[in-house]
Ligand binder design. Structure first.
Ligand code: GAL
Length: 823
C-alpha cells in the first residue's frame, strides 16, 4: 500500500491522517514492532451496559459505484453507513443494557404467534468507548453475553464478528484496532431478529450484559479454567486445566497457580497446584495439574456447598499478571439403568421443570433479582432440577443454580454438526463445565432426524466434541420419536431423554435394559391461572388439571408414570413458568403459553399445589382450590380439589363435612358440592391428627390495593430488581380472586422496568405504568438506580379503590465498574 492509499484508508476509517493516535500506531507498526511491554496488572472486568444508542429498523448500506469507492469499501477499517465510526447517531435512542427491544414492541395480530405476536425485525446499536493511554498494551476483549438473533459487530470500522445464534456469547479481541486517549472507539452491532431459532419468544437485541475485559497480554483465556472435582479410588481430587494465551510479542514465562477454599478452609490453607510454563507470542498453552482434596463438604440439591477456585498467573518477579475465580462443588453423579439417578451415591428422583428464559414485563432481559425469585419459587415446589430448554442461559443464572442447588440439564440450541454450530456447542461446554449444577449435556430437542442414521452420525460427532471437553457428565438428547429404528440417536447418547411418549417407557426399557433413561419432557398440561371454568371461545382453561396438549398428559398422569418406575430417572415438566409465545392450543389474541406450573409472573396455578403434594416429602403440604367467590351460582355444583401429601383429607363447606377421603397421591382429592357463600376448609390428617388446614373464604368486594415486595431491600447498583405483587383486597384484607382493575403506578427512587399479570390473552403493553390485574393479581418489576440510595417508593391507584404505597430501602452496595463511554 503506497502513502496515498494509506491516507485513503485513514479517511475511510474516519481518522484524519494527522490524528495522533492513527499516525503513532501506524509508525509503531512499521518501525518498532515491540513497543508494547506486558503490563503487570490483574484483569479488569468492566460492564459495558451504558452509553448505547439504539435504532429500531434497518439502515441499508448505500450501493457502491465507481472503482475508488469499491476499492476503499473492501478494506479493513472501512465500514460504511451506520457501521462507520463517523456515523451520526445523535438522534438515536439512548438505552442501557440488558435491552430486549422486542419486549417494547406492540402485540400485533400480524406478528408471529410463537414469538408472542411481537414485531421483531432488524435493529442497530452503537457505542463509543474510551480507553485510557495506560490501557495501551493490555489485551482488550469485548464480551457480548447474548445478542438475538443474528449479529454483525464492527469495531472502529472493521467487521470483527458475525454470530449466528442468539444464545451464545461473543468474545472479540479488540486490541489490534483499539485507540487510546481522546480518540474514542466506535462499537456497532447490527442485530437481525427477523431470524428465529425457536418456536417460543426469543426477544431481540443486546438482551444480556456486555463487558470489556482488560488483561495482561499473557492471560488466562476466557472460560479458560476447568476445575471440576472428581472422586475415584484415590479419593477426591480436582483436575485443573488452565488455558493461557500470550497476545504479546515475546515469549513469556509464568507461574500458574490454583488454590481452592471456602469460608472454613480459606484458599491457601490446603495444598494447591502449581506449574511454570513458557508461552510463545500469539501462542496458547494448556496447563494441567491435579489437586488432591481430603474431606470436602459435598454439594447437593439440599446443601449446595460451593468452593472458590482461584487461579493466578504470576511473573518471574512474582507480580500477579492475571487471576480468575471459578466455583466448584464436590459431588458424584451416576445414572443407573435400573434405579435412576444417584447424587453422592444417594438416589435422587429428578423432579424437574423445563424453562424458557423470559419473564413477564422484561422479556428476555431478566434481571438477576427476578431469576433469583423464579428459582426460589421453583424450590418451594420441591423442584430439584431444571432443563434449560432449548438453549444456553446467562452465566449469572447458571451460577444461581449452583447456589440454590438445582441439577441442570444444559441444552445446545442448534442440531448441526458443521463447524459453525460445533463452535456453539463447544462454547456451551467450555463456559458451563465448572458448574456443579450441570449434570447432563443435551445436544438436541425433538429433531426429525432422530430416528435416522444421519441423526445418529451427527450426535456421535457432537457427543465427541462434548467429551473432548468434559467426560464427567453424560450426553443426552430429548427424543420425541425414532426410539426403535435400527440405527437412531439413542444408540449414540449415554442417557436417553424421552419427550412425552410415556407408553414407550416399558418397551424401550425392555429393549435396552442397560440404557439409562429419563423423561426429558412431559405433561404440557394447560391451565389459566385463577380460572376454574373452561371457556374455549374466550380462550380460558380451568385450573383443575383436566386439560393437556394432544401429545401430553395432565400433571397428575405424567408424574404417576414416572414415579411408579425406578428406571425412569425423573421428570422435566413442560414448563415451570408460562412464557411469551406458543399459546397452544390457541392463537390470537392469546400470546403467552398455558403450560406453566406457574403463570408468566410466577404466581401459583393449581399445578403448584399438585407438584408440592407429589414432590415434597419432609413436611405436610396442603393446597385447596377453587376460590370461593361464586356469586350468582348459589346451589350449583362446584368442584373442589385438595392436594396434599398427608394420609387423609376432609373438606368442610360452611362448617359441615363434605366427606373425609383417603389421599390419592396421584389423582389428588375432589368433591363436588353445591355453592353457598361462606367458606370451604380442607383439613389434612396424618395418623388421624390434623397436620394442615387451608380455608378459602367468600370475600367482600374490593376496597383497596395491596403491594407486597419479594425481598426486604434493593442494592443501589442500577441492576438489582425485584417483582412486587399487586392485589385488590376486601375490607378484611382478603385477596379478591376475580378483581381485574386497571392499576396505575407511580414510582420515585427507582424505575419500573416491566408489568405483568399472568393473563395469556392480555394485549396491554408490559412497559409503562399501567396494567390491569388478572384474576386478582398483578406484578410490577422495580429496579434501583445506580448510586441512588434511600427509599424506593411505589404508589398504586385504581378507580374506586384505596391506593397502596410501598417503601423499599435501597442500600449502598458494590457497584460493578463500568467501561467509560461517551455518555
Ligand atoms: C414439545 C417441545 C417444546 C414445546 C412443547 C409444547 O414438543 O419440545 O419446545 O413446544 O412441545 O407442548
Amino acid at each position: 500500500m503506497n502513502r496515498r492509499e494509506l491516507f485513503k484508508g485513514a479517511s475511510a476509517l474516519g481518522l484524519a491522517a494527522s490524528t495522533p493516535g492513527f499516525v503513532s500506531r501506524a509508525v509503531a507498526a512499521t518501525t518498532s514492532p515491540s513497543v508494547v511491554a506486558p503490563v503487570a496488572s490483574p484483569r479488569q472486568v468492566l460492564l459495558l451496559n451504558k452509553g448505547w444508542r439504539f435504532f429500531a429498523g434497518d439502515i441499508p448500506f448505500s450501493p457502491i459505484i465507481g472503482h475508488d469507492a469499491t476499492y476503499d469499501a473492501a478494506k479493513a477499517g472501512a465500514a460504511r453507513g451506520a457501521a462507520s465510526p463517523k456515523f451520526d447517531d445523535s438522534a438515536w435512542q439512548p438505552v442501557t443494557l440488558p435491552h430486549d427491544f422486542v419486549s417494547f414492541q406492540p402485540i400485533e395480530e400480524s406478528g408471529n404467534v410463537d414469538q408472542g405476536y411481537r414485531r421483531r425485525g432488524v435493529a442497530w446499536y452503537r457505542n463509543m468507548l474510551r480507553f485510557e493511554p495506560q490501557d495501551d498494551g493490555k489485551h482488550i476483549e469485548l464480551q457480548l453475553d447474548g445478542v438475538a438473533t443474528f449479529a454483525t459487530v464492527w469495531f472502529n470500522g472493521t467487521l470483527v464478528n458475525r454470530n449466528w445464534s442468539g444464545y451464545n456469547s461473543i468474545y472479540i479481541d479488540l486490541t489490534p484496532y483499539a485507540t487510546y486517549g481522546d480518540q474514542l472507539n466506535s462499537l456497532v452491532v447490527r442485530v437481525d431478529a427477523e431470524a428465529m431459532e425457536g418456536w417460543w419468544y426469543e426477544g431481540g437485541g443486546l438482551y444480556r450484559d456486555a463487558w470489556i475485559v482488560k488483561r495482561n497480554p499473557v492471560h488466562i483465556k476466557t472460560d479458560g479454567v476447568f476445575a471440576h472435582p472428581v472422586k475415584d479410588e484415590h479419593g477426591w481430587h480436582v483436575p485443573v486445566e488452565v488455558t493461557i494465551y500470550n497476545s504479546g510479542d515475546k515469549t513469556e514465562t509464568v507461574r500458574v497457580h490454583t488454590d481452592i477454599g471456602d469460608e472454613k478452609s480459606p484458599a491457601g490453607t490446603r495444598p494447591g497446584g502449581t506449574k511454570q510454563v513458557s508461552i510463545a507470542p500469539l501462542g496458547s498453552t494448556v496447563v494441567n495439574y491435579d489437586i488432591p482434596f481430603a474431606n470436602p463438604h459435598l454439594w447437593s440439591v439440599d446443601t449446595p456447598h460451593l468452593y472458590q477456585v482461584t487461579t493466578s498467573l504470576t511473573s518471574e518477579t512474582d507480580a500477579v499478571l492475571d487471576q480468575v475465580t471459578t466455583h466448584a462443588g464436590f459431588r458424584t453423579q451416576r445414572f443407573d439403568a435400573q434405579k435412576g439417578f444417584f447424587l453422592n451415591d444417594q438416589p435422587v428422583k429428578l423432579k424437574g421443570v423445563c424453562l424458557h428464559q423470559d419473564h413477564a414485563g422484561v422479556g428476555t432481559a431478566v434481571p438477576d433479582g427476578v431469576n433469583d425469585f423464579r428459582l426460589r419459587r421453583l424450590k418451594s415446589l420441591g423442584c430439584n432440577a431444571i432443563r434449560f430448554s432449548h438453549n444456553a442461559q446467562s452465566k449469572e443464572l447458571m451460577e444461581a443454580c449452583d447456589r440454590h442447588g438445582f441439577l441442570v440439564m444444559a441444552e445446545n440450541r442448534n442440531f448441526n454438526a458443521s463447524p459453525d454450530y460445533m463452535a456453539q456447542l463447544e462454547w456451551l461446554v467450555r463456559r458451563d463445565r465448572n458448574h456443579p449444577s450441570v449434570f447432563l449435556w443435551s445436544v438436541f430437542n425433538e429433531e426429525p432426524m432422530q430416528g435416522t442414521p444421519a441423526g445418529y452420525q451427527m450426535v456421535r460427532r457432537m457427543s465427541s466434541v462434548v467429551k473432548s471437553l468434559d467426560t464427567t457428565r453424560p450426553v443426552t438428547a430429548a427424543m420425541s420419536g425414532g426410539l426403535f429404528t435400527p440405527l437412531n440417536v439413542s444408540h449414540a447418547v449415554d442417557v436417553v431423554g424421552i419427550n412425552y411418549q410415556q407408553g414407550q417407557y416399558d418397551p424401550f426399557h425392555a429393549a435396552h435394559p442397560d440404557k439409562p433413561m429419563f423423561s426429558s419432557e412431559d405433561s404440557s398440561a394447560l391451565m389459566t391461572r385463577g380460572a376454574f371454568v373452561t371457556d374455549k371461545k374466550a380462550q380460558v382453561l380451568a385450573s383443575y388439571d383436566d386439560e393437556a396438549a394432544g401429545w401430553g398428559e395432565t400433571h397428575r398422569d405424567a408424574w404417576k408414570q414416572i414415579d411408579t418406575r425406578d428406571f425412569v430417572a425423573g421428570t422435566f415438566v413442560w414448563t415451570g413458568f408460562d412464557y411469551h409465545g406458543e399459546p397452544k392450543p390457541f392463537n390470537w389474541p392469546s400470546n403467552s403459553s398455558y403450560f406453566g406450573i406457574m403463570d408468566l409472573c410466577g404466581f401459583d396455578k393449581t399445578a403448584v399445589h399438585i407438584h408440592r403434594a407429589q414432590w415434597i416429602k419432609d413436611k405436610p403440604v396442603l393446597g385447596l382450590v377453587p376460590h370461593w367467590n361464586w356469586a350468582g351460582s348459589e346451589g350449583e355444583p362446584i368442584m373442589v380439589m385438595a392436594c396434599t401429601n398427608a394420609e387423609e383429607v376432609e373438606l368442610f363447606v360452611n362448617g359441615k363435612s363434605a366427606g373425609r377421603q383417603k389421599t390419592d397421591k396421584y389423582e389428588m382429592n375432589r368433591w363436588t358440592v353445591p355453592y353457598a357463600a361462606g367458606r370451604i376448609e380442607a383439613r389434612a390428617y396424618n395418623s388421624a391428627k390434623v397436620v394442615s388446614t387451608v380455608i378459602n373464604e367468600t370475600t367482600g368486594k374490593p376496597v383497596a390495593l395491596r403491594l407486597t415486595q419479594d425481598r426486604p431491600a434493593l442494592i443501589a447498583d442500577g441492576r438489582d430488581a425485584q417483582p412486587i405483587m399487586v392485589e385488590a383486597v376486601d375490607v378484611k384484607g382478603r385477596t379478591v380472586p376475580l378483581a381485574n382493575h386497571m392499576i396505575t403506578y407511580e414510582i420515585a427512587g427507582g424505575a419500573i422496568i416491566g408489568l405483568g399479570n399472568g393473563d395469556p390473552i392480555s394485549l396491554e403493553p408490559e412497559k409503562g405504568n399501567r396494567r390491569s390485574l388478572f384474576n386478582g393479581l398483578g406484578q410490577v418489576i422495580v429496579q434501583s438506580i445506580e448510586a441512588q440510595t434511600g427509599t424506593l417508593k411505589l404508589h398504586a391507584t385504581a378507580p374506586g379503590l384505596k391506593p397502596a404505597d410501598l417503601s423499599i430501602p435501597v442500600k449502598a452496595g458494590p457497584i460493578p465498574q463500568s467501561q467509560p463511554t461517551r455518555a
